[in-house]
Design a protein around this ligand. Structure first.
Ligand SMILES: [Zn+2]
Length: 340
């Protein structure tokens, strides 16, 4: 079977691997339909010195598919059913997993497609408990964006930042995969959305998604513009994933007592912050990583109700390297989907 394999840093090949054995007890076999690309794939593609993993590794961190076969004892799924998969090998036994907080698992066996073989292959076996059913009316292309893009945003905005209807939120990089989702989810509950783009060509797109104010961060300082738009008050919530380049400006964009939630640092992992500002302004900063099983189901429900991901392009397996380079240079609007 075909599998997209990283053999060295920045070197992807379509390998021919043996198909998996029949699924073991408690496992299902999934025929992969679509893989959605994320920044974690860019990190993996570049190579990260501190990540312990063996190459070659099958890539793909977020995917959808259909059940091909089920192992003994599997009751929740039957062949032909549409599904998505959780993105990490969580244990299912620890307190966090038992409470459905898989992203806090104490014994996680690795992120799929990053530490261990990923979803970019025709067939794979996976524990039943890591599989989530997809509603009938959701296309598998769209569903592929639920396990990371949609559910990460759901977790950030609602579980962590506790975004409320009527609040004002600053969404960084509104044209990115998660940026587009954050705009839609915040608008859906009646928030005012300020967003940034790095290119005027993205302004129309983010406005169509509902953004109320758009700032080109390459032309204007976004923190100044945000304070102007909010009449010097600042926003209730900042949705961060850019990191070093924007973090301090993000704090300056908050109102007193405002909340910053971050899930990424694409521009660099370290920065300094003014601690006096932190406590005097009573900021709340949330680190957010991954999502709960519930967040994935909530994301699929939102898709079923009509909130669909913005798809930049669909690419074949052979073109994933070029697609990752486009993501790296931020020339993407929405999600890139790899179709099998
Ligand atoms: Zn666990």
């Amino acid at each position: 079977m075909r599998a997209l394999t990283l053999v060295a840093d920045r070197d992807l090949v379509v390998a021919d691997l043996p198909p998996p054995p029949p699924p073991a007890a408690g496992e299902v076999q999934v025929r992969i339909a679509a893989v959605a690309l994320n920044h974690i794939d860019v990190w993996g593609y570049r190579g990260m010195a501190f990540v312990k993993r063996k190459l070659p590794i099958v890539v793909g961190a977020e995917a959808s598919g259909t059940i091909e076969a089920v192992g003994d004892g599997v009751t929740r799924f039957k062949p032909g059913q549409k599904v998505v998969m959780y993105g990490a090998l969580t244990c299912g036994h620890c307190k966090a997993c038992q409470e459905g907080r898989d992203n806090l698992c104490e014994n996680v066996g690795g992120l799929i497609g990053f530490h261990v073989d990923g979803f970019a292959r025709e067939l794979m076996n996976i524990a039943e408990r890591l599989v989530i059913p997809v509603p009938d009316n959701v296309d598998l292309r769209d569903a592929a964006c639920a396990p990371i893009a949609f559910s990460t945003v759901q977790h950030m905005l609602f579980d962590n930042a506790k975004l409320q209807p009527g609040e004002t939120v600053l969404v960084h990089a509104g044209g990115s995969g998660i940026g587009t989702v954050a705009i839609m989810m915040a608008k859906a509950i009646g928030c005012t959305v300020i967003t940034t783009v790095g290119d005027d060509s993205k302004i129309e797109g983010v406005k169509k998604l509902g953004a109320d104010h758009v700032i080109n961060y390459r032309k204007d300082r976004f923190e100044h513009e945000t304070r102007k738009i909010t009449k010097k008050k600042g926003v209730d919530v900042v949705f961060e994933h850019v990191g070093a380049d924007t973090f301090n400006g993000s704090l300056l964009s908050l109102k007193r007592g405002g909340r910053l939630v971050t899930c990424g640092s694409t521009s660099g992992p370290t920065t300094t912050i003014n601690l006096m500002q932190l406590f005097q302004q009573q900021y709340k900063i949330f680190g957010s990583f991954g999502a709960t099983m519930t967040n994935i189901a909530e994301s699929l429900d939102k898709m079923a109700a009509g909130m669909l991901p913005v798809i930049d392009t669909e690419v074949p397996l052979d073109d994933v390297g070029a697609a990752l380079k486009r993501m790296e240079s931020r020339q993407v609007f929405g999600k890139i989907i790899v179709r099998f």
